[in-house]
Structures are given as structure tokens and as C-alpha cells.
Design a protein around this ligand. Structure first.
Ligand SMILES: [Zn+2]
Ligand SMILES: [Zn+2]
Length: 440
């Protein structure tokens, strides 16, 4: 493979505090040179991408997705999920363990890693279960899971409801240095709930899920993290109350990190009226007020990262009556386009957005997988190139994901991934981008 030169772009690398016009040279899977201004690269025989008008940044890292394999291959496989992620600009994704069998043992984790190596197009880092069989009763063999290479622990899909179990998991996290990722939901309070609790749920005669269902478990987790000194990572934060609790806990020195998902940052409960089960997600789409709090949280670093919670389902599953349909949104392929809306509306600056998708998640996984999330010379060449201004319409028939379930179907988005490079190899290229040979 020839070296690849990407030139004339705007390079944003929050790790190096870099935001300037620049060129990059990639060879043998690494970034080998970065040129400023008119400096010319050391090689003269390479492939060239002209990135004029485009932004070049480290490949996105998603700390929270569902690849569904093993067990639910009708919804997604590691092959289709990683292709969809590549189309979304992701070069590393961390997959949740609620598969069948679940990732609560070394063999299943190894199966996911081997399948990803053979059939995946980008890096897949598995997350192990907190509890055996995700049953919330006994701790999984966390030591064996660490050895198998998990980057954290979660019973996602379900909360870690059992407080003594959560306490022990957090004690172990202190010892192993990996986060306990909790899906915060008081399931007694949310039972039967279909969407955010409020006037819209009442009008649609659907049972609502109050913000308190999230806030209660966030508060408990923060208290347990304080008690144990363990590291809790709050998955898919959606409420004003949760952002507040996390902010105060951070001020007190509690070891907590938190994420928010693109759909929760950009869409309100109103979407349920227009997109039905496509907008059915858990935790639910909330209100403008919650969105404002989440964005404030991103800007003041209460919310550390953005993670997709990509959760593909089949059309048959989603085409059922609202109460029967499963929760979840297929998120990889619309993430950047929808998040760029925040930048265009000046609610988030572009460097912060990119940091939340690259440097910040890289810090969270650095113990198990260091050196990612930067374009520094010598780093693995995981690179995303996108057009911040290109408008496109979401057409789910073009998704690489098997999951066509999105409340953005038919939506016009501004901002599109043009190419994704993983370990120096182009794993996705938009038809609008050309690669030219230069030299002999
Ligand atoms: Zn969840
Ligand atoms: Zn999830």
C-alpha cells in the first residue's frame, strides 16, 4: 500500500490542542508526518486525498453501542455494525455485553474479539457484564473478564439495581482501574413506561417514564462511588437532574464520568408523535429543558463524552404496536450529522464536539487501549474526514446497519463523513471524495 497524503484540510486534534490548516501523511498504519502551511511531505509517491473545505480529525471512539452478535444477528452483526460505524466516522467502538450468551465469561468475549478481527472493519472493544448472566445477583468473574480484555463493565439494557452488588463492582473497579458503566433506571418507577412522562405521553395514552427514574439511580451510584472510591460511568444521561447530581459529585471529588447520546442531545419527546416507534428509546427522548442542561453539561465537562448507544432492531420488531416494540435507535450513521446541528446552532463549538468523540473517550479507555484518539506523529492512523457543511437527507435504505430504526428518517442533516481511515486503511469513502495517485 502506498503512503496516503491528506492535504489542505482543517486539522482538529484536541489531544494536541491543534486546530489549523494542515496536511497529514500516513504510512504502514501510522501517522508519520504532519505538515504546516506550505511544508511539503518527505515522500513523492503516494495516494492523495484533497481535503479542501473538509475537517480532518482523529477517528471517533464510541464507548457505548450494541452490535448484537452473538445471539441477535437478525438485528445486527459485528460485520454490519462495524461497517455502519465506519460510515459514521468511528474507528473504535465498545460493544455492550447484552448479547446471547452475554459477555459474562472469557469465551464469549474472545468470540467477539475473534469475530471482530475476522469480519469487522474497525476496532471493537468489548464491555463485560457486571453480573453473571446479567441477572443482577452475583458478580461475574470480573478478573477473568479483565484478562480477556474488556474495557469496562455494564449490565446495560438493565440497571445494576442491586445496591450491594453495585457496591462490590465499584470496589473491584478501584482495584482493576476500569469503569462500572450503569444504565441508570429505577425499574420499579419506570415499569410499563413507553416514553417521557408529560403532557405528550398523557395525550397519547402511553405510560410515561419520569426523570426521577433516572435521577434516583444516578444519585445512588454517585453515593456508592463516593463510599467505595470506585469509578462509575453514567451511561446515556438524559435529565437535568442527573446532570446536576453529576456536577455536584465531581465537585466533591467522586470518581465519575458520564456520557450523553446524540439523540438525547438533539431531539425531544415530540419525535414520538412524528416518528412513532422509531423514537422509542430507553431512556426516553426528554424535553428542551433537559437538552439545555445536557449541552451545558457538555460545555462545562460534567458530561465527558458523547456515545451513540447504537441499538439496531429489525423492522418487524419496530413495526409492532408502540407498547410491544423494543426500545432503541440505530445511531452510528446519523451521529455526526445530527451533532453538527449543535455546532451550526452555536450551542457547542466544533473543537469541543470533536474532543467529546475522540480525546475524551480515549482517556476513558486508555488503561486497556492507550494511544488512541490523536493524530500525533507516531500514533495509529485512525482518521476521520468530514464535510461540516454538506447537506444530506437520511435515507435508511442506504444504511450499512441492519437497524433502520431512527427518528431521523427523511431528515435533512448538515455535516457528513467523507472518509474513515482505520489503521492506515480506508474503510469508508463517500462517493464525493476522490483519491488520486501522485509520483510514479
Ligand atoms: Zn442503556
Ligand atoms: Zn445501551
Amino acid at each position: 500500500m502506498k503512503p496516503l497524503l491528506i492535504q489542505n484540510g482543517r486539522i482538529i486534534d484536541p489531544c494536541q490542542k491543534l486546530d489549523e490548516p494542515d496536511s497529514l501523511l500516513i504510512d504502514e498504519g501510522k501517522i508519520i508526518w504532519m505538515g504546516r502551511g506550505k511544508e511539503s511531505p518527505p515522500e513523492n509517491d503516494y495516494d492523495v486525498i484533497d481535503a479542501k473545505g473538509l475537517t480532518i480529525c482523529p477517528g471517533f471512539i464510541d464507548l457505548h453501542c450494541h452490535l448484537r452478535q452473538p445471539g441477535f444477528e437478525g438485528r445486527e452483526t459485528i460485520a454490519t455494525g462495524t461497517s455502519a460505524a465506519a460510515r459514521g466516522g468511528f474507528t473504535t467502538v465498545c460493544c455492550m455485553p447484552n448479547t446471547e450468551p452475554p459477555l459474562d465469561n472469557k469465551n464469549t468475549v474472545e468470540f467477539v474479539k475473534a469475530t471482530a478481527a475476522a469480519e469487522g472493519v474497525i476496532r471493537v472493544l468489548p464491555i463485560g457484564c457486571i453480573s453473571r448472566g446479567r441477572e443482577g445477583q452475583e458478580l461475574a468473574d470480573m478478573g477473568a473478564l479483565v484478562k480477556a480484555g474488556v474495557i469496562g463493565f455494564s449490565d446495560d439494557g438493565e440497571p445494576a439495581s442491586n445496591s450491594p452488588l453495585m457496591r462490590r463492582a465499584l470496589e473491584y473497579s478501584r482495584f482493576c482501574g476500569l469503569p462500572i458503566i450503569d444504565h441508570c433506571e429505577d425499574t420499579d418507577l419506570s415499569r410499563g413506561g413507553q416514553m417521557n412522562e408529560g403532557e405528550i405521553s398523557a395525550g397519547m395514552l402511553l405510560k410515561g417514564i419520569p426523570n426521577a427514574a433516572e435521577d434516583i439511580i444516578v444519585a445512588r451510584d454517585l453515593l456508592l462511588a463516593g463510599l467505595t472510591g470506585g469509578w462509575v460511568h453514567i451511561a446515556h444521561t438524559t435529565t437535568e437532574g442527573a446532570v446536576d447530581l453529576i456536577r455536584r459529585a465531581k465537585e466533591k471529588g467522586v470518581r465519575v464520568t458520564a456520557e450523553a447520546a446524540p439523540h438525547h442531545l438533539t431531539l425531544t419527546e415530540e419525535r414520538v408523535k412524528s416518528h412513532g416507534t422509531g423514537a422509542k428509546v430507553n431512556p426516553p427522548l426528554r424535553t428542551e429543558r433537559d437538552i439545555k442542561a445536557l449541552i451545558k453539561g457538555l460545555n462545562d465537562n460534567t458530561i465527558d463524552i458523547i456515545a451513540t448507544d447504537h441499538a439496531p432492531h429489525t423492522e418487524t420488531e419496530k413495526n409492532q404496536a408502540f407498547e410491544m416494540a423494543p426500545f432503541g435507535i440505530s445511531g452510528f450513521e446519523t451521529a455526526l450529522g445530527s451533532l453538527m446541528g449543535l455546532v451550526h446552532r452555536k450551542e457547542l463549538d466544533m473543537v469541543t464536539l470533536i474532543a467529546k468523540l475522540t480525546a475524551a473517550p480515549a482517556r476513558i479507555i486508555s488503561k486497556s487501549c492507550g494511544g488512541l484518539g490523536t493524530l500525533a506523529v507516531g500514533a495509529t492512523a485512525d482518521v476521520t474526514i468530514f464535510d461540516p457543511a454538506l447537506e444530506w437527507t437520511v435515507d435508511t435504505s442506504k444504511f450499512a446497519s441492519k437497524g433502520k430504526n431512527t427518528p431521523l428518517a427523511g431528515e435533512k442533516l448538515k455535516g457528513k463523513v467523507m472518509a474513515t481511515i482505520y489503521g492506515g486503511k480506508i474503510v469508508y469513502k463517500d462517493e464525493g471524495i476522490e483519491i488520486k495517485g501522485v509520483g510514479n
